[in-house]
Design a binder for this molecule. Structure first.
Ligand SMILES: *[C@@H]1O[C@H](CO)[C@@H](O)[C@H](O)[C@H]1NC(C)=O
Ligand SMILES: *[C@@H]1O[C@H](CO)[C@@H](O)[C@H](O)[C@H]1NC(C)=O
Length: 233
């Protein structure tokens, strides 16, 4: 009897889990109306450019450390390399979903400001995890993020960020990024794809030499001159 009961309850849990995964409300089965991601420098991917896709968690220290060399490489290769960043909030990082959502909110208002906010999060990550928000309610954290965004980008963004956190569209957009990462096998951050292929040592921050080793053969294959590297950061 006990065995049957246990089995039934286990099946019930399994069934409910399945329901949660498949429910159209979760957006799992619906295709988003536009491609996901934040294009760097307002470029969109040109067919002839090398495409780097980065899955970032705004409160992940490894993501933060990987950004300066990647930014350096993108700037130096100019139009030969395009970058699109997707948010991928890791469940074990406090407030990663809320900070990712803030990026989606700002991106809708002014896409150029998205990277400013991303860099601001990188610079002040410690205000958003661990003991800093341990005793804070969800409402208090959202308020803290709204104030942070306003302070980093300017007062003009205050209303947008406040209302953005109650807009279900921005919640959905942040989920779509996460789901895209799951579909592509992303399991940590930073995680990079180059021309659609995963970088073998994804997860460890590449330095500028590492990026050069990845990108140089690809641009050279197209008969272009190698890029003279300056260290700008
Ligand atoms: C959008 O953001 C960029 C970068 O922060 C800024 O220079 C520009 O003035 C902003 N545009 C508007 C319309 O607020
Ligand atoms: C959280 O609140 C409790 C009770 O007020 C306090 O004892 C604890 O030190 C607080 N923890 C942090 C990390 O602030």
């Amino acid at each position: 009897m006990g065995f049957i009961k246990r089995n039934i309850s286990r099946n019930l849990i399994g069934f409910l889990t399945l329901l949660c995964l498949l429910s159209p409300n979760s957006g799992q089965s619906s295709i988003p109306s536009k491609q996901d991601g934040f294009w760097y420098g307002q470029k969109t991917g040109k067919e002839e450019a090398v495409l780097i896709e980065a899955f970032f968690d705004p409160v992940c220290p490894d993501t933060r450390d990987s950004w300066p060399p990647l930014k350096n490489a993108i700037q130096q290769y100019g139009s030969r390399v395009s970058l699109v960043v997707h948010t991928f909030p890791l469940p074990y990082h406090d407030n990663s979903f809320a900070t990712s959502r803030a990026l989606h909110i700002i991106n809708k208002v002014n896409s150029s400001a998205t990277y400013d906010l991303l860099e601001a999060f990188f610079e002040h990550q410690e205000s958003f995890y661990g003991t800093a928000t341990f005793n804070s309610s969800r409402a208090a954290v959202l308020d803290q993020i709204a104030k942070f965004v306003t302070k980093s980008l300017g007062n003009t963004y205050h209303a947008a960020i406040k209302s953005g956190f109650t807009d279900s569209k921005t919640d959905r957009a942040t989920r779509v990024s996460f789901k895209l990462g799951c579909l592509r096998g992303v399991y940590g951050t930073p995680f990079f794809f180059v021309n659609g292929f995963p970088l073998p040592d994804a997860g460890s921050a590449l330095d500028i030499k590492g990026w050069r080793k990845v990108i140089e053969p690809l641009v050279r294959e197209k008969g272009k001159k190698p890029v003279e590297f300056r260290h700008v950061y």
